[in-house]
Design a protein around this ligand. Structure first.
Ligand code: NAD
Length: 335
């Protein structure tokens, strides 16, 4: 069977990781990436063998920098079965007419609104909803992290109520425009934050309210969760559910911070020290007066990457069974 042809529109933090993850799968291939200017990332993409496409008015600049251009972004989209749009939040929306005109399927990221695609996606929570769809949005890093823990708890015990505080990294490590900041910023000040409603785009029945602050760090986000479950259970019951989730990693053994989680990623030999799993502090899992509490850390740069691969598989009907797709993606990426 021929491989599904995937184009990556926007080759930044998320786009370059999606491209590398696609190229590790045996049922899909990268037919092109788009860059808006020649820089080290463009050069590296070319060296990796990804055909480079660009905006019509940037072709000369690319050629002058010694980067062969395969064509315009319109050409790339036309050659693909599916486009993974990894442009900055808000920009992806402008590309919808381009994808519609080319008759190509498209995945957007969490920076876009749910309504743009009509289906929001998390592999373990609603894989089947994306099956055969033309447009899907893979939810943000924080929403992905919340869905991964809430869905299995909801299946097992029912979830009556969730209250979560998100402590967010201010910027990504390579970002010199937004950070570092020397401040703690309630963001947004007007409560609650958008993260709760975003979880509801995947699990509409969950009663969830979220608040968020930005902190002077670039490494990861940390969530403090407080959950009222529908049935009585112990911390050990919760732990054993999390242990069975391939995209949740229970952490301990002297890991007391996000810095040490990133060090673990390095020691594991992960590409770009990526931590694709939710990192739940084992010792934090506590039942207090019938309510569940725990901390988890979310690696914003990488947690949505396996979800994009599963979304491609669902939308192009390569695999009907979500659990099988997740296992295949994990194996190919080296979880
Ligand atoms: P980024 O800024 O790192 O990368 C975006 C890339 O798109 C850049 O290379 C930029 O030059 C390019 N670009 C800009 N306009 C373009 C256009 N018109 N056509 C083609 N390329 C264009 O952004 P990112 O962090 O990778 O975010 C991408 C999406 O993923 C956003 O929706 C964001 O909300 C979401 N997301 C980001 C993170 C994160 O923490 N970085 C986590 C989860 C989801």
């Amino acid at each position: 069977m021929s491989k599904v042809k995937v184009a990556i529109n926007g080759y930044g933090t998320i786009g370059k990781r999606v491209a590398d993850a696609v190229s590790l799968q045996d049922d899909m291939e990268v037919i092109g990436i788009s860059k808006t200017r020649p820089n080290f990332e463009t050069q590296l993409a070319h060296q990796k063998g990804y055909p480079v496409y660009t905006l019509a008015d940037k072709m000369d600049a690319m050629k002058k920098a010694g980067i062969p251009v395969a064509g315009s972004i319109e050409d790339m989209v036309t050659n693909a079965d599916i486009v993974v749009d990894c442009t900055p939040g808000g920009v992806g929306e402008e590309n919808k007419s381009l994808y519609e005109k080319a008759g190509v399927k498209a995945i957007w990221q969490g920076g876009e609104e749910h309504e743009l695609a009509g289906v929001s996606f998390n592999a373990s929570s609603n894989y089947e909803e994306a099956f055969g769809k033309d447009f899907v949005r893979v939810v943000s890093c924080n929403t992905t992290g919340l869905c991964r823990v809430l869905h299995p708890l909801d299946q097992q015990f029912g979830v009556n109520k969730v209250r979560v505080t998100l402590m967010r990294r201010a910027a990504d490590p390579g970002d010199i425009k937004k950070g570092p900041i020397n401040a703690i910023v309630p963001n947004p000040i007007k409560l609650p934050s958008h993260h709760g409603p975003d979880v509801k785009t995947i699990m509409p029945h969950i009663n969830i309210v979220s608040t968020a602050v930005k902190l002077p760090t670039t490494l990861m986000h940390v969530h403090t969760l407080n959950i009222e479950l529908g049935k009585e259970c112990s911390a050990a019951d919760v732990r054993s559910i999390f242990e069975r989730q391939s995209r949740i990693r229970l952490i301990g053994q002297g890991i007391n911070s996000t810095a040490e989680i990133i060090e673990l990623g390095r020691d594991l030999g992960r590409p770009r020290n990526d931590m694709w799993e939710n990192c739940v502090w084992d010792d934090s899992i506590t039942m207090h007066e019938g309510e569940l509490y725990f901390f988890q850390a979310i690696h914003q740069e990488s947690i949505v990457i396996p979800e994009n691969i599963d979304a491609i598989r669902a939308m192009t009907e390569l695999e009907k069974d979500g659990a099988r797709s997740v296992a295949k993606t994990n194996k190919a990426m080296g979880f």
